[in-house]
Design a protein around this ligand. Structure first.
Ligand SMILES: C[S@@+](CC[C@H](N)C(=O)[O-])C[C@H]1O[C@@H](n2cnc3c(N)ncnc32)[C@H](O)[C@@H]1O
Length: 247
C-alpha cells in the first residue's frame, strides 16, 4: 500500500493531463452526482473529499444547489482548480482520513478516491461525526476486478473491496439508498499507451516502486504474450447512503 506522500506526488504530476485522460472517472462523477441529485439536490453544506482537478466539483455545481462548499485534497494544487469552478469554495488541505472539517455537512461526497484508503471502516466511522442528522454520504470507488490486466501481469493491485463488503461496513449506521457496480473497458493501441494512460490519471504503478526501462519492457512483452488486444478494465462502484437518525 502506498503512503499519502507518494499518492500526492503521483497525482500532482498527472494533474495537467488528468481531465483529458480520466474518461471513466468523469463518467463516474456524472453518474454519482445525478443519482445523488435524484434523492436530494439542495444542501446547506457540502464537503467533497479528494477533489483533485474538480471533475466531480463541476458536476456538483451544475446539478446541485448549496450554501457552503468545502473541498479537500492531499495536494494544495487542487485548491486553484476548485476555486476556478466554485470561487468561494473553502479548501481543506490534507489526508481526508484525518482532516477536521470546521462544520458538519449535509452531503459528504467523493469520486474515485476511496480506493486509496487503507482502512475504509475507520474512515466511514470518522465521517459519521461530520454529517448532520439524515446527512448523505455518496462516493464512488473501484471493486476487485479493477485493473485486472495489471494484476495478472505484474501482481500489483490495491486492496479493493466488493460492493457487498462496502455495504456491510455501512449498514449499521447508514441506510443504503443506492448502489451500482459495473465494468468499463478502455482500448489502447499498445501496452505502452496503457501505461501512459495510468500515469496521466495519477495511478502509475499502484505501488511506490519506480519502474525502470527494463520493467516497462518486461510489462509490455508479458502483456502482448498474454492478450491479443490492449485493454484496461475499470470496475466502478457507486454507493449513496443516509446516516441513520441518532437518537
Ligand atoms: C483519481 S483522483 C479523483 C479526483 C476527483 N475526485 C475526480 O473526480 O476526478 C484522486 C484524488 O484524490 C486525492 N487523494 C488521494 N488520497 C487522498 C487522501 N487520503 N486524502 C485526500 N485526498 C486524497 C488525490 O490527490 C487526487 O487528487
Amino acid at each position: 500500500m502506498q503512503n499519502s506522500q507518494s499518492i500526492k506526488k503521483q497525482f500532482e504530476k498527472s494533474m495537467e493531463k488528468y481531465d483529458e485522460n480520466a474518461i471513466v472517472q468523469n463518467d463516474l462523477a456524472q453518474k454519482l452526482v445525478s443519482e445523488t441529485a435524484k434523492i436530494r439536490n439542495d444542501f446547506n453544506t457540502i464537503l467533497e473529499l479528494g477533489a483533485g482537478t474538480g471533475l466531480l466539483t463541476k458536476q456538483i455545481k451544475s446539478q446541485m444547489t448549496f450554501k457552503k462548499f468545502f473541498a479537500n485534497d492531499l495536494t494544495e494544487k487542487s485548491k486553484n482548480y476548485i476555486q476556478k469552478i466554485i470561487p468561494d469554495a473553502n479548501f481543506i488541505l490534507g489526508n481526508a482520513a484525518r482532516i477536521k472539517p470546521p462544520v458538519k455537512a449535509d452531503l459528504i461526497i467523493s469520486n474515485a478516491m476511496f480506493q486509496w484508503f487503507s482502512n475504509l471502516p475507520d474512515v466511514i466511522n470518522y465521517y459519521k461525526k461530520f454529517l448532520n442528522n439524515d446527512g448523505i454520504l455518496a462516493f464512488s470507488t473501484f471493486g476487485k476486478e479493477n485493473f485486472c490486466e495489471l494484476k495478472e501481469i505484474s501482481g500489483l493491485t490495491l486492496k479493493y473491496l466488493s460492493k457487498d463488503e462496502i455495504i456491510k461496513i455501512l449498514e449499521t449506521d447508514f441506510e443504503i439508498l443506492y448502489t451500482n457496480v459495473y465494468t468499463q473497458t478502455l482500448d489502447f493501441e499498445s501496452p505502452l499507451e496503457l501505461l501512459a494512460h495510468m500515469k496521466n490519471t495519477g495511478v502509475n504503478s499502484l505501488s511506490s516502486k519506480i519502474w525502470t526501462v527494463k520493467d516497462v519492457k518486461n510489462f509490455c512483452s508479458k502483456y502482448l504474450e498474454k492478450y491479443e488486444k490492449t485493454t484496461l478494465t475499470y470496475n466502478p462502484i457507486i454507493t449513496i447512503a443516509k446516516l441513520k437518525s441518532q437518537l
